[in-house]
Structures are given as C-alpha cells and as structure tokens.
Ligand binder design. Structure first.
Ligand code: ATP
Ligand code: MG
Length: 578
C-alpha cells in the first residue's frame, strides 16, 4: 500500500547552481510526492499522512509558543489523525469540495489543524490577516463567496455579520449564539472516528487556497493557487530555505500573506521539518528571546522586520543566536545595509528572494552556494526563466532597466484571479508573465530590483529607482526608514521627495535635511538627491509591512487615496512601547 520509500527524498539541496539549472526537469520532483505512485492529489494529505508514511510520524510538525510563553507542539502523526477526524466531522456538517473556507485567526496549532482539515475536504482556504477590520473581511469573503469561516472567539467581534456576509457556517473555539448561522464548536468537531473517505483527492489542478494580494498598488486581488504549486514549494524549501531534517525553522509572516501561509504550513512540512510558530504580535526583544529559546537555525522574515530590529538595537549576536545559520528575506527590496548588519553581528548574510502572490512560490533568489551581490534579488530558481522585457515585449540587453517577466508555465503559477478572468489574462504577453516590477539583469545573470513599475520615478527624462535611494538613506547612521517618491512637478515631470523616519533621539532639523541631501548627492549621484525631505514619525505600510508609496504620492498630488483596506495604521505604535 505504501510507496517505495527507497526513492523518497532523493533530490539533494542545492550545492551547484549551474549544474542544477542545466539538467533541471520539473517531472523529476514528482517522485517525492505520494501522487507519483497513487495518481491522486490532496495537498493536505501530502504534508500529514504521507509524512507519517515517510517515517516522520514521531517528529514535530509544528512547535508553537503561545502568548503566555507556554510551548506546545504536535507531531506529524497527531496532525494526520486530528486533521482526518476534523475533516470527517466537517464533511458530515456539510463542507464540500470547492467550498471557500475563510480563516480569520492568528497562527496556532488549531489554525494549522483547521486549515489542513478543510483542504483535506477539498475546500479552498481563504486566509484573512488577523489584524483585518470589518471592511477588509467582508470584501474578501464576499468576493469569493466563502460559505464557511473559522474564527477565534477573541476576533469574532470584528466579523460584520450584519453586512450581508456570504458565510453561513461558523467554526469557532467557544460557544456562541449567532442567529441564522450554523455554529460548529471546534471541540465538538474534534470528537469521533476518522473516515479516510473524508479526504478528497483530485488532480494537480485542484485549487487549495485563494490568497488576497497585499494591496500595495490597489485593490487586493484574489489569487487562486492549485495543488501543483507543491512541486515548487518542495523545490524552494530545499534550494532557497536550504532546510535539513535537523533544522529549527521560523518564518515570521502571518498566514494572511502568501509567505506566511506557504512557508509556514506547507513547504517545510513537505520535507518533514517542523515550523516554529510565535503566536504574539511583533515585539523586538521577545523575537530574539524566542529565537534563542528555540535554537532557530533557519529564519525567514522581511526587510521591515530587520529594519525595526536594527532600529530597536536588540541583542543580536552569537551569544543570543548561536544556532542561526541561514537567513532569508522576501516581500520587499532588501537594503544592502541590512546584510552588513547581519554580517557584522553574526557573520552570515541575508539571502533575498523575490516572488509575488500570483507566482505561488519564490522565483528569483540568492542561494547559499552562490556569492551574494548586495542589493540584487539573485538568480532565477533552476527550472525558471526570467528576463527583462521592453514595453513591446522584446528581451532587453544586460544592464537595461525594463519589465521583469517570467516564462510560463511553472508549477506555482496562479490558476486564475478569482472572479476576474480578464485581469488574469492581462498578466500575460507572448508566453511571458509580466510582473509589474521593474528591474535589470547584470552580465552574470543577477537580477536587480528597481521598484514597482508605478513607483519608478521619471524625472527630467531619467528613470530613477526609489529603492536605490532608499537603501542609501537607510544606511545613514541617523536614518531608520525611508520612502522615496516622485512628486509631480511642472518643470521636471516629477522631483524626488524622501519621507524619512529618524533613529530614536535624532531631531529632524533643517541642517539634517541639508546633510542628507548632500550625502546622497556626493556619494550616490547628484540627479537622485532628494529635492524635498520630510521627517515623519512613521511610514504608510500595508499590514504585511510593505511601504505604500502610492499613499504618499496621492497625498502629495492631493488625489484620492484609492483602496487603503490593507493600510496598517497601527504598525509603528504597536512596537513603540518596547
Ligand atoms: P498588490 O498586488 O495588491 O498591489 P503586492 O504586490 O504588494 O500587492 P504581494 O503579492 O504580497 O502583493 O507582493 C509582491 C510584490 O512585492 C512584488 O511584485 C514586488 O514588488 C514586491 N517584492 C517581493 N519580494 C521582493 C524582493 N525580494 N525585492 C523587491 N520587491 C519584492
Ligand atoms: Mg502585486
């Protein structure tokens, strides 16, 4: 009944980029999945029952530190059993394959079990960031017609049941009366015997999640990912995260964002590696204590988090982080000075990686086996071809800034944009996926992010990268964070304006403005020196921590703000108390 375990886990981690690229074949990776021998696909099954079959049953699948400091864990065997019991229960309560199943809760072991049980039933998970408010919740659940919602009792007050919500079934952790809705108590659903028939198998096209994008450039889009993405998840868990069986892995992202979902609840588990979960909010010192306590060896986070840790001056050295051996970043451009920071303190760099919700998994990355060029996103994943295209779709030569594009198809590529096939089709041109990001490639094949196409500043006939100026500014000893935009200007088209958050204790004087302008002019280039500088207490960011330059642009030109449902008004105050 079980597949031949001799052929499992044959593919090693990445040691030679060029040869891995040379003879790469996606089909080769199929042999590491149960569907290869059974022909049947269920993503939740791959990360639960199949891990037990592979001999990982007694290993932890999740290790979670609760907000009161207690640490709880669940093994792969327990996870397989519990998800099967819950799936059986949910099926008997009416959950069907294809139903959209919202999750509005913080990371926890229950979250993991509910998510994977719903996917075992063939339902499509719709994760919602736990800091979302009423409108963001209604927009997303109604956009995809979700009929089920898992919500924890501490968050239920935010769910606007009076707003014509599509949801008819609530799964919750404590008793509550909600007239007109079917309420299912989680502890009741954990009772009973598992029925293997509850697990719905399909093919590799079967969807498992709808992820809403971060909303950095406009209204978030519902990206439907299908089970074939698991092939890219396994590959990147090995090649980019470089996970080994003995690793203690922590990814800081919330499951409401693609990185927090895929690289917490799926990718590491495919290798039988546990994901560590930290259940509290961002707290600089507690993060370091958590890493120290858990002996984290592989850490996946974001540039915003790195900048804030540096800003708060947490103990960041080998004494506190003795086991940390690999750091990966995604979601935003990684400023070179952040790599200097980890190199100086821990003697290891940060490995940047690039992808979009639409892509399903990391695509352009820095790998442990290749030298890092600070400020570059790295090179395409073996199996992926990326290029820089002109507006007309022609490949541009080395060193020319243009549209970052990826040759289709690849396993993680979205199946569609939920309810918007037209939008989905707009991403493609002559067999290329057009990212909407601007970049160039150097002579050795490294890709250099320049900004989102909308963020690129066109000033006096030049195309200027906000990222380069921002990186330069945040390397200045008095600067904590910076956002650079083009401010509309009658003469030049636009002028460069920098919004700067200073380090604690530094005052924003006119003299400092002059100093910073001179610093950029003299050390980077005169045409990119900010013409205007504004000191701010915080920058507008998405709830996932990305700088929203479009909000700053709208403010400067007095134009409407557009969709700001993902704007995080709280991010900086939350951490101020530390
Ligand atoms: P929306 O599509 O709703 O405007 P978003 O693009 O921020 O939001 P995501 O899919 O979460 O939503 O983010 C993908 C984008 O994040 C990329 O297009 C890119 O602009 C940025 N990004 C991700 N990783 C990197 C990276 N390593 N370097 C630079 N930018 C990155
Ligand atoms: Mg996007």
């Amino acid at each position: 009944m079980y597949p031949n375990t001799d052929i499992l886990n044959l593919s090693p981690n990445l040691t030679d980029y060029e040869s891995a690229k040379f003879d790469f074949n996606w089909d080769h990776w199929h042999k590491e999945f149960s569907f290869n021998s059974t022909g049947k696909v269920n993503y939740a099954y791959e990360v639960t029952d199949y891990q037990v079959q592979k001999g990982n049953g007694d290993k932890p699948a999740f290790i979670s530190q609760k907000t009161d400091g207690r640490v709880v864990s669940i093994t792969f065997r327990e996870l397989a059993d519990l998800t099967s019991i819950l799936a059986t229960s949910l099926r008997s309560r009416g959950l069907k394959a294809g139903d959209r199943f919202g999750l509005y809760a913080a990371k926890s072991l229950d979250y993991a079990v509910v998510l994977l049980a719903a996917i075992k039933c063939g339902a499509v998970a719709v994760p919602l960031f736990s800091a979302f408010g009423r409108e963001a919740i209604v927009d997303r659940l109604n956009d995809c017609g979700a009929t089920w919602l898992y919500v924890t009792s501490n968050l239920i007050k935010n769910v606007p049941f009076d707003s014509g919500l599509s949801v008819t079934n609530i799964l919750i952790d404590s008793s509550i009366s909600l007239p007109g809705l079917s309420v299912h108590l989680l502890s009741d659903c954990y009772q009973g015997q598992p029925n293997p028939a509850a697990t719905q198998f399909g093919d590799l096209e079967t969807p498992f999640v709808i992820h809403y994008t971060s909303g950095s450039t406009g209204k978030p889009k519902g990206i439907l990912l299908s089970s074939r993405a698991m092939i890219g998840h396994l590959l990147t868990a090995k090649y980019v995260l470089d996970l080994h069986p003995e690793d203690n892995y922590w990814n800081t992202a919330d499951p409401g964002w693609v990185t927090g979902m895929i690289y917490n609840f799926f990718a590491p588990l495919l290798l039988g590696v546990a994901a560590h979960l930290y259940e509290g909010p961002f707290h600089p010192l507690d993060w370091i204590k958590f890493m120290s306590r858990m002996g984290i060896s592989v850490w996946y986070s974001t540039p915003t988090a790195f900048r804030l840790l540096r800003y708060y001056g947490v103990p960041f050295d080998r004494e506190h982080l003795p086991k940390l051996r690999h750091i990966v970043s995604a979601g935003e451009p990684l400023n070179p000075s952040l790599i200097d920071w980890t190199e100086n303190n821990l003697s290891i760099p940060i490995h940047d990686s690039w992808y979009m919700t639409e892509n399903g998994h990391q695509l352009i990355n820095n790998y442990r086996c290749l030298p890092i060029r600070k400020g570059s996103m790295g090179k395409p994943l073996p199996g992926i071809r990326a290029a820089i295209l002109s507006e007309q779709g022609e490949e541009l030569p080395v060193g020319t800034i243009g549209r970052l594009a990826v040759k289709t198809p690849w396993p993680g590529l979205m199946k569609t944009v939920w309810g918007n096939q037209k939008k989905f089709e707009e991403y493609f041109q002559n067999g290329w996926y057009i990212s909407g990001d601007s970049a160039y490639q150097d002579a050795d094949g490294y890709f250099w992010f320049q900004g989102r196409e909308d963020d690129i500043i066109k000033s006096a006939g030049e195309r200027i990268s906000p990222f380069e100026i921002e990186s330069f500014l945040v390397a200045h000893p008095k600067v904590a964070e910076a956002a650079v935009i083009g401010k509309p200007d009658q003469l030049f088209g636009s002028i460069i304006k920098a919004f700067i958050m200073l380090k604690p204790g530094v005052s924003g004087t006119d003299q400092l403005k002059t100093e910073l302008t001179a610093y950029v002019r003299d050390k980077l280039a005169s045409h990119v020196a900010p013409r205007e500088i504004e000191f701010v207490d915080k920058l507008p960011k998405t709830k996932s921590g990305k700088i929203m330059r479009r909000i700053l642009r709208s403010q400067e030109s007095n134009s409407p703000l557009g969709d700001f449902s993902t704007l995080d008004a709280e991010m900086n105050p939350i951490i101020e108390e530390n």
